[in-house]
Write a protein that binds this ligand. Structure first.
Ligand SMILES: Nc1ncnc2c1ncn2[C@@H]1O[C@H](COP(=O)(O)OP(=O)(O)OP(=O)(O)O)[C@@H](O)[C@H]1O
Ligand SMILES: [Mg+2]
Length: 155
């Protein structure tokens, strides 16, 4: 079996505003069925990224971290956005209860702490790793070329 061809981009985001701008560009390239996995340590900026993404499609939306309820949904003209945070996930069965199947089938799905349930993500998911770079962050985006070639933000 040959490995799926991947595309990748690394972008510096010296400020939260820069992270939000990258997220907004990506949001406008997303469609129902897309899934974005947000990797990074505590405080890396996963929720900041998600807030920029959601507010690009739903200006003025109040975006709260779903750390305690595991998921928040946002109706936007493009799709319903499902924002998951799996940090407090107890069992894989909970994923179904909180709507993961519906999210992946017809929504745009954003997932913080995806490594806590790694076997569930679709082949075309886009992975974004956020890391410290000086006072800001560097974002590394990686995904299947079949979906993401020519659709990754580059700055
Ligand atoms: N370049 C940057 N991009 C994103 N956030 C930044 C940046 N620089 C500084 N920050 C700050 O880092 C913090 C990121 O917090 P955020 O809640 O988004 O992290 P998180 O990865 O979601 O953490 P958790 O794992 O606890 O959910 C915010 O206080 C934000 O202002
Ligand atoms: Mg968070």
């Amino acid at each position: 079996m040959s490995a799926t061809e991947q595309v990748s981009a690394r972008i510096s985001a010296p400020t939260e505003t820069a992270t939000r701008a990258i997220a907004a560009t990506l949001a406008h390239a997303c469609a129902p069925g897309d899934c974005v996995l947000l990797n990074g340590d505590l405080g890396a900026g996963k929720t900041a990224f998600a807030r920029g993404f959601i507010q690009a499609l739903s200006p003025g939306a109040e975006v709260v971290s779903p750390t305690f309820n595991l998921v928040q949904t946002y109706d936007t003209p493009a799709a319903t956005i499902w924002h998951f945070d799996l940090y407090r996930l107890k069992t894989a069965a909970e994923l179904v209860e909180i709507g993961l199947d519906d999210a992946l089938a017809s929504g745009i799905t954003l997932i913080e702490w995806p490594e806590l349930a790694s076997e569930y993500w679709p082949r075309n998911a886009l992975t974004i790793r956020l890391e410290n770079e000086g006072q800001g962050r560097a974002l590394t985006l990686t995904g299947a070329a079949a979906r993401w070639k020519n659709h990754l933000p580059t700055h």
